[in-house]
Write a protein that binds this ligand. Structure first.
Ligand code: GDP
Length: 524
């Protein structure tokens, strides 16, 4: 297969949802279709149970699962499909945001009874920032839930997406009978817990067979609804989807394997192949000969005796080859990888080659940070892997004077992995950890102890937000720095950060220093 064909058959995407909407179940069904796994239950949920706040075994187990499920690849209809796993727990939202920088499209799973939930809103917002094409899957149609038209409205309003139904449910809950494929004008009927193969197909909605199969009332309703949809919604245009202007919507039941094939078949047809990506210097096209890639996720080994980590790199252009020297741009040094791994469902294997859209796992002894770029020599820096403004803060102090070095090293490595963000205050050099969720504080303390033998102590610090600041006017900036010295800190890369004690303080600072810009992500 030619290099070009390899790229054109790759589809790299992520599934996002509020916890419990059915992400794991859907992932598993997709892998079953692809033959990557043989039986249900093979994919472990990467969920942290609600009771797990102080259950560290659960977190450790979790990390084990998330290594195994970081990338799940499978083949379907000649396509190589890569699913990138995203944690659903809100405290790990930053992990999810970063993973979304490495995909070319997403599928959003929504629970028909719960509708659009908080976490879904946040994640879709991140997708929209990046114009990522989105397909929506409304799950659990075998349960009573919201009316389909109402749900479409809710999705449009809360997620700010223009939707276009591509399949349509016949009833729901106990009355759920199947989905009509609006695209192919074909009805597939659901036989409870039956396999897709047992289903009955009807291609002509006007045929009496429909009444016979689903009953007069349901048949009448379906005919009316389909007519209405055809009047209200325009024909599907792939361009609109690729430009993230329109989101196709499918209905189904993941656990019953219903409506999934309809979606997957359309997905492999329409989903984008690896897209060009922006660097600070220029746009990189996947078809370029030279290899480029960036690290979007780092996993520490869970065995404290082996301090190596796996850095997950998305290939953006060229062919990645095993045992070949590449330039680690930030460190300005050449590195080669004897054992790069890819993941086919839960199976890990060493790869000789990987193509744009693929993700390789690189064993690393502490060289990588999130966002690092690898090339064949060109000085490029991939953009779009920002840190997000954290919302929870604590002072971190050393609790064991004999272990200062270990603490320092542990903190730096955990921050490189992207577990949290570290800020150093300008006036007194005190260190503040900022996170998106509260769980991270406990994770950090636990991992410092177990992996680095260091102890840390937290002290409360009353902060509302940390924002990066910039200003074109050097004089105004100096004035700002002078007046706000006590609220300023540096992030891990030495960028200036304003620590706002309250929303009001932030607003005051913005009003008093109109020349200064306040940014809520580290890339601006
Ligand atoms: P995740 O948190 O989004 O990964 O959700 P899971 O895939 O773990 O599913 C959460 C729960 O919903 C599990 O108990 C699933 O068995 C159940 N579930 C998933 N899909 C369906 C469905 O189509 N119908 C019903 N009734 N339950 C489902």
């Amino acid at each position: 297969m030619s290099f070009k064909e390899e790229i054109n058959r790759r589809k790299t995407f992520g599934i996002v949802s509020h916890p419990d909407a059915g992400k794991t179940t859907l992932t598993e069904k997709l892998l079953l279709f692809g033959g990557a796994i043989q039986e249900a239950g093979a994919v472990k949920s990467n969920k942290i149970k609600k009771t797990a706040t102080s259950d560290f075994m659960e977190i450790e187990k979790q990390r084990g699962i998330s290594v195994a499920t970081s990338v799940m690849g499978f083949e379907y209809k000649g396509m190589k499909i890569n699913i990138l796993d995203t944690p659903g727990h809100k405290d790990f939202a930053e992990d999810t945001y970063r993973t979304l920088t490495a995909v070319d499209s997403v599928i959003v799973v929504i629970d028909v009874a719960k509708g659009v939930e908080e976490q879904t809103e946040k994640l879709v917002e991140v997708c929209r920032m990046r114009n990522t094409p989105i397909i929506v899957f409304i799950n659990k149609m075998d349960r009573e839930g919201k009316e389909a038209f109402d749900l479409l409205d809710e999705v449009e309003q809360k997620l700010n997406l223009s939707v276009l139904p591509m399949s349509w449910p016949v009833g729901m809950g106990r009355r759920f009978q199947g989905v009509y494929n609006l695209h192919e004008r074909k009805l597939v009927l659901f036989r409870a817990h039956g396999k897709q193969e047992d289903s009955i197909e009807i291609t002509d909605l006007n045929s009496e067979e429909l009444d016979k199969q689903v009953g007069d009332a349901a048949a009448k309703e379906l005919r009316e609804e389909v007519k209405l949809i055809r009047e209200v919604y325009p024909e599907f245009e792939r361009e609109d989807y690729l430009e993230a202007v329109v989101s196709p919507v499918f209905f189904g039941s993941a656990i019953n394997n219903f409506g999934i094939k309809e979606m997957l078949d359309v997905f492999v047809d329409i989903a984008p192949t690896p897209l060009p990506r922006q660097t600070e210097e220029r746009e990189v096209d996947p078809f370029e000969k030279n290899m480029t890639g960036f690290v979007f996720k780092i996993h520490a080994n869970m065995d404290p005796r082996h301090r190596d980590r796996i850095a997950f790199m998305r290939i953006c252009s060229g062919t990645f080859e095993r045992n070949t020297n590449y330039l680690h741009v930030r460190q300005g040094k050449k590195m080669k990888f004897p054992n790069p791994t890819t993941f086919m469902a839960s199976k890990k294997s060493v790869v000789d080659e990987a193509y744009p859209g693929d993700v390789v796992g690189l064993y690393d002894s502490g060289n990588f940070k999130i966002g690092d770029t690898m090339t064949e020599g060109e000085e490029l820096h991939f953009k779009g892997i920002p840190s997000f403004s954290p919302e929870q803060f604590r002072y971190v102090d050393n609790a064991d004077p004999m272990k200062q070095k270990q603490l320092q090293k542990g903190l730096v490595q955990l921050m490189d992995e992207g577990v949290a963000q570290l800020f150093t205050k300008e006036i007194n050099n005190r260190k503040i950890i900022g996170t998106v969720g509260a769980l991270q504080f406990e994770v950090i303390q636990y991992r410092l102890k177990h992996e680095y033998g260091a102890s840390c102590r937290y002290e409360p610090v009353h902060l509302h937000k940390a924002c990066w600041v910039s200003c074109d006017d050097a004089v105004a900036m100096r004035e700002f720095e002078k007046r706000r010295k006590k609220d300023l800190a540096k992030d891990k890369d030495g960028n200036l950060v304003f620590l706002a004690e309250s929303a009001w303080m932030l607003k005051m600072a913005q009003d008093n220093h109109p020349e200064v810009q306040f940014h809520f992500t580290s890339e601006f």
